[in-house]
Design a binder for this molecule. Structure first.
Ligand SMILES: [Zn+2]
Length: 312
């Protein structure tokens, strides 16, 4: 089966301090998307406006940025039928591509609000074109605006930004210019839907690190005591690496450890504690090989964390 890339961009409106509904902080009013085949050739476009059901006034911040007026939306269909058309247009198992991570989050917030079937059962792989742009054209760390990328690549600027159809087209053209196909292995995870149980946890080995996304735990202490969370596996050989420095933290949010694999040397583990709306937590753990100077740095940091405990 041929998989499609769906380059997606959304525009949304929001409530004021008085009218905000926490179940749907941002209400989608436009879906724009470009479909590409496996050769990254454009095979279709999708563009629909949506008549809002929650926020019927355009927020002044939204109005500043986008050129859509509320009365233009009155004749449009509501979210659910538009979204159903969109999903049918996407085809089976689309690979979503977006500029940054926000669009997929807001899309799923809206789907959840209207009780639609989730896009995925657990974390979902997608391609963050903003990240790939940085990896291919810049330093890999910076995150630039879409407009910046369009200027750098000297893409023809014919249409306004901040309209979903235009932004999706710009993003698709940037995606086409990223010629290194191996970068598509550097996908990201959307974690709107957390792993519900052990069977849905994520463990992925990338070229230079591994990533683990855990199921939910009642609280941080329980999570950190869990064997799967605490364990350090060398991603190069799959063997358990012995911990030389146990998990420690300087800010109670990020935890680090040092482990050693007999074959592959020193590994640094990093755990980020993520809070979930229901008060529970899950963790994202990455493990990577490190150089000697980073090993020394970890010893220094660990020492600091112990001093902090002693004197606080
Ligand atoms: Zn190893």
């Amino acid at each position: 089966m041929e998989r499609n890339y769906i380059v997606l961009d959304l525009e949304w409106n929001q409530g004021s301090a008085l009218t905000e509904n926490p179940d749907i902080p941002f209400e989608i009013i436009e879906i724009g998307a470009v479909k590409l085949n496996e050769e990254k050739e454009i095979t279709g476009y999708f563009n629909r406006f949506i008549r809002p059901q929650v926020y019927k006034k355009m927020h002044f911040m939204t109005q500043k940025v986008i050129q859509i007026r509320m009365k233009d939306l009155e004749k449009e269909e509501t979210f659910v039928p538009v979204m159903m058309d969109f999903q049918e247009w996407c085809g089976e198992e689309p690979v979503f591509c977006t500029w940054g991570s926000l669009d997929l989050t807001q899309l799923q917030y809206n789907m959840q609000y209207y009780g639609m079937k989730p896009l995925s059962e657990g974390p979902m792989e997608y391609l963050d074109i903003q990240k790939l742009f940085s990896l291919y054209f810049e330093d890999g760390k910076s995150r630039r605006s879409l407009e910046h990328a369009v200027e750098v690549l000297e893409l023809q600027k014919t249409d306004d930004f901040h309209r979903a159809d235009n932004d999706a087209k710009y993003t698709a053209h940037i995606f086409q210019r990223i010629e290194d196909r191996s970068l598509e292995k550097r996908f990201s995870y959307d974690v709107f839907h957390k792993p519900v149980d052990k069977g849905h946890e994520v463990y992925t080995i990338f070229e230079d690190y591994s990533k683990y996304i855990s199921r939910e735990f009642d609280n941080k202490a329980v999570a950190l005591r869990d064997k799967d969370v605490a364990r350090c596996i060398c991603y190069k050989c799959g063997h358990i690496a012995k911990r030389r420095i146990n998990w420690f933290s300087l800010n109670n949010k990020h935890y680090y450890c040092l482990a050693y694999c007999k074959t592959h040397g020193f590994l640094r583990g990093k755990i980020r504690i993520k809070k979930v709306d229901n008060g529970k937590v899950y963790v994202v753990k990455t493990i990577k090989c490190i150089k000697r100077e980073d090993v020394e740095n970890l010893y220094v940091q660990d020492e600091k964390s112990r001093l902090k405990k002693k004197y606080l």
